[in-house]
Design a protein around this ligand. Structure first.
Ligand code: SF4
Length: 887
């Protein structure tokens, strides 16, 4: 076995992993104990990476239309298509939409081609959707997009405040680091409308009314001022703007009672939080999508930073505002200029930066002004201003708000080029030219995590078929467009050296982002490159954990407290009485093109769902585990209902992951309007007015199959509800529909697609039950079971049939009866993905075997003893079961 050190492809924590390749594409994944981000820890998603590196669903050859073509023909078609569009309509008619999944080297080459050589700045990244408000807030506060602190600050802090961040699920390893460092004098406060898994370990949870973050943080600011917690010497020496804050604070009643009332919080809770914050010197405030994905996200970021600038709690061990980035290389994109309003290497479109970058790149037609941000970019595609778009490593038909509008735009666009590693995504369906990109494990380059740490991602598998690295695809197109002298890179290391050199070009300490100390590294040094935090200025190789606390990048070298006023509260009324919040779940990633391949990860939360408070469930007649249709002004969705008091009354929560590729109607983006923060251009994903109503099917069912693309058949036959769930040996499609017609149509379509197969057919009309199976040889290939609601056996009971090599008499009986020979019961959802421990087993351990702590459960079942991602859920199951035992 060979072992390679690389980084995880999922969230912005940026954990180091050790990958051992056994044979072929079979790998083993372990945490890299030497990587400073995780020190050997992993989470449930990284622990399941081995399930995602197979070739199922991979795009293996370039295509024009449906036709596979050689690379030369595809690259020529891309180059000619872009050149023709530019010649006929000008450079602004071309756009690139890129991704925080790209490596820095990919990003750099794409940005250079668009801004330096095509001559427009229409390149934007899906990181616009996750942290553009932080970038804008950082620039307003610090004069540059800097993250002042590092992960060790989270362990050294005496108070960690998490705002709008479900870190237990979305940044699990960092959350585990915070929890592991806790002691009697260390507090954790969570500010979030939902009682998420992150709250389970918190000392205090403030379930504030959505949209009141600025009101709360301004109230805190006023309290800190009033109670003498301002660091006046620091504020005078290193900051501006305190005077601008005073009239904003004076415009509202800043008493704790008034702040608490506006935020929908208990007054005593707000008082306790303000006192704790005021009296604790070492405070880190972490924030993420609940802050950023808002129509006033930039103001929220500044309201948080203001409190740290006022108290001087920044740039010292255990202190500071800290943005958690969503994607593995969101930060790398910020560094190279992957956002349309940045030029390159943290430079903007000022005259001196334009001149500097034009000279460095020897760019013939450098873009002179910012380009279109993500939402505006797709609007321009729809109205015909943009006539050619190249989408790289992302799935905007799922992830952007108002996805129906995005799809209409792609449908109308004369030239859509998509580089992706997967063949069938909601976005590749619109591609005129499809380019097979190398996937994680096949690519080599660098990524930057939330604490500015640049790490190597190293290849350990050969790219399959004709897949290639993104930077090479872009450079090959650039060469064919006539820019060979600027794009003749041999390796990713060549690209990195140029990127590092640009960061230091005419810098002289004036720009925060400077890694020119790495500009001269050799290929061998690049291969062995250890994780390092920027800046790495000239003459150095070691990084900088914390940025200096007295030096910022506004013209006077100061930071700024930005006067921000609370926005009007989001309105719900009339037809749409509820507010929909959206976000990630623990075991899935983005649009599930990779995590959706893993049975282990699907076992945690297998279906798309909407969480609703019990009072709202009563009001709208919704049943737990039933189905509900949600409707907004933009579209509809049909989701499984979860009734929980973790949800605030009046609010709903739905995950962002399911797409039209893996579910009938579960796309959160279809409901969300494209309302953006006016400063950052980041869309608001957290407060969409919606209506919700129960959906009562005529029948429910399962379709088990080895085929991944049966969703198309189900969609053609208008099955109202289906969701694809990976299982051992194939997939389970969970079904529900309102008419008997559709189930007969599905039977017929499956039978027509497999002439000659042995068919087992069983109908019980009196009870409305139908069982139908198809065998090839002795193996089951398809099985469809339908019944009235409540009439099906547990999915897990029969799903294992697909994995049987020999479909014998017992299996046939099981198929017909829905019961195993040993009468095994459904054990419920998987809670611990690492060791396959179900809810039922955990309940048994508590109720039957006397487990009384998370550690007891770990000792009995091993649950929670590997990555720790499930520990908050174990704690909450334990508390719930103990209440029942006590009752
Ligand atoms: Fe990957 Fe998990 Fe680390 Fe995020 S926390 S980088 S998903 S291992």
């Amino acid at each position: 076995m060979s072992t390679t050190c690389t980084t995880c492809p999922y969230c912005g924590v940026g954990c180091g992993l050790e990958i051992s390749v056994r044979e072929g594409r079979a790998i083993e994944v372990a945490g890299d104990a030497a990587h400073p981000a995780n020190r050997g820890r992993m989470c449930s998603k990284s622990a399941a990476l081995a399930d995602t590196v197979g070739l199922e669903g991979r795009l293996l050859a370039p295509r024009i239309g449906r036709r596979p073509v050689p690379w030369d023909e595809a690259l020529e078609a891309v180059a000619r298509g872009l050149a023709r569009t530019i010649a006929e309509h000008g450079p602004d008619a071309v756009a690139f939409y890129v991704s925080g999944q790209l490596l820095t080297e990919d990003y750099y080459v794409a940005n250079k081609l668009m801004k330096g050589f095509i001559g427009a700045a229409n390149i934007d990244t899906n990181s616009r959707l996750c942290m553009a408000s932080t970038v804008a807030g950082h620039k307003r506060a610090f004069g540059a997009d800097i993250v002042p602190g590092c992960y060790e600050d989270l362990e050294q802090a005496e108070l960690v405040v998490l705002i709008g961040a479900n870190s237990a699920w979305c940044h699990p390893v960092l959350y585990q680091r915070i929890i592991a460092a806790r002691g009697p004098d260390k507090r954790l406060v969570v500010i979030d409308p939902r009682r998420t898994a992150t709250c389970d370990e918190a000392d205090m949870h403030l379930p504030l009314r959505p949209g009141t973050d600025v009101r709360l943080m301004n109230g805190l600011f006023a309290h800190l001022l009033e109670t003498g917690h301002a660091d006046e010497a620091f504020a005078a020496r290193a900051t501006d703007g305190l005077s601008a804050m005073r009239p904003i604070l004076a415009a509202q009643d800043q008493s704790i009672a008034a702040v608490a009332a506006d935020c929908g919080l208990d007054e005593g809770l707000v008082a306790a939080f303000f006192t704790l914050f005021g009296q604790t010197e070492k405070v880190v405030t972490l924030f993420s999508q609940g802050v950023n994905q808002s129509a006033c996200g930039t103001d929220k970021v500044n309201a948080i930073i203001n409190c740290h600038l006022l108290t001087g709690r920044i740039g010292r061990p255990g202190m500071g505002p800290f943005s958690l980035t969503g994607q593995p290389n969101a930060m790398g994109g910020r560094e190279v200029g992957g956002l349309a309003n940045q030029l390159a290497a943290h430079m903007g479109f000022e005259a001196d930066s334009l001149s500097r970058v034009a000279r460095f790149w020897k760019a013939p037609r450098l873009a002179a002004r910012p380009g279109l941000k993500a939402v505006d970019m797709f609007d321009a595609v729809l109205d015909g201003r943009i006539k050619a778009i190249w989408i790289m490593g992302t799935n905007p038909a799922v992830s952007l708000p108002d996805s129906g509008r995005v799809r209409r735009a792609l449908d109308a666009c004369p030239l859509v080029i998509v580089s992706d590693c997967m063949e069938t995504t909601d976005t590749t369906a619109f591609a005129h030219i499809l380019l097979p990109a190398a996937a994680w494990g096949e690519k080599s380059g660098t990524v930057t995590n939330s604490e500015r740490r640049i790490s190597r991602q190293r290849a350990f598998l050969a790219p399959p078929g004709q897949a290639r690295a993104d930077w090479r695809i872009i450079a090959d197109v650039a060469c064919r467009m006539g820019f060979a002298s600027a794009f003749s890179y041999r390796t990713a290391a060549d690209v990195f050296r140029e990127h590092a050199a640009l960061s230091g070009f005419e810098n002289g300490g004036r720009r925060a982002f400077d890694i020119s100390g790495l500009a001269g590294i050799s290929d061998a040094e690049y291969d062995a490159f250890p994780p390092v935090q920027w800046p790495v200025p000239p003459g150095r190789r070691e990084g900088t954990p914390r940025l200096p606390r007295h030096r910022y990048f506004h013209p006077r070298g100061t930071a700024a407290m930005v006067g921000v006023a609370p926005p009007p509260l989001p309105a719900t009324a009339g037809r749409y009485p509820m507010l929909l919040n959206t976000g990630r779940i623990r075991d899935q990633w983005h649009s599930m093109t990779r995590t959706g391949l893993s049975p282990r990860l699907a076992a945690h939360l297998a279906e798309p769902f909407v969480e609703v408070h019990p009072d709202d469930a009563r009001t709208f007649k919704l049943e737990d585990t039933g189905l509900a249709r949600m409707e907004s002004a933009r579209g509809t969705a049909l989701l499984r209902v979860g009734v929980t008091d973790r949800q605030r009354k009046g609010l709903l929560f739905a995950p962002i992951h399911w797409s039209d590729d893996n579910a009938a109607s579960a796309l959160a983006g279809r409901l969300i309007g494209a309302i953006c923060d006016p400063v950052s251009g980041q869309p608001a994903f957290k407060q969409t007015p919606v209506a919700i109503a129960p959906y009562r099917p005529a029948w429910v069912g399962y379709l088990f199959s080895r085929e991944r693309t049966l969703g198309r058949l189900l969609r053609r036959n208008r099955v109202d509800y289906w969701v694809r769930i990976p299982m051992a040996g194939g997939y389970a499609y969970e079904l529900a529909d309102g008419t008997a017609r559709s189930v007969r149509a599905v039977f017929s379509a499956l039978a027509a697609a497999a002439p000659g197969a042995e068919v087992i057919d069983f109908h019980d009309p009196a009870r409305g039950r139908h069982r139908w199976a198809m065998l090839h040889g002795h193996a089951l290939t398809h099985c469809l079971m339908t019944a009235p609601p409540g009439g099906l056996p547990a999915r897990e009971t029969v799903a294992g049939l697909l994995d049987e090599q020999y479909f014998d008499v017992d299996n046939r009986l099981l198929l017909l009866s829905g019961c195993t020979n040993d009468g095994q019961e459904d054990k419920g959802p998987l809670i611990c993905s690492c060791f396959g421990v179900s809810l039922g087993a955990i309940v048994d351990a508590i109720a039957g075997s006397g487990a009384r702590s998370v550690e007891d459960i770990g000792a009995m079942l091993k649950a929670g003893t590997n990555c720790g991602s499930c520990r908050p859920e174990l704690k909450s199951i334990l508390e719930r079961e103990m209440e029942e035992v006590a009752a």
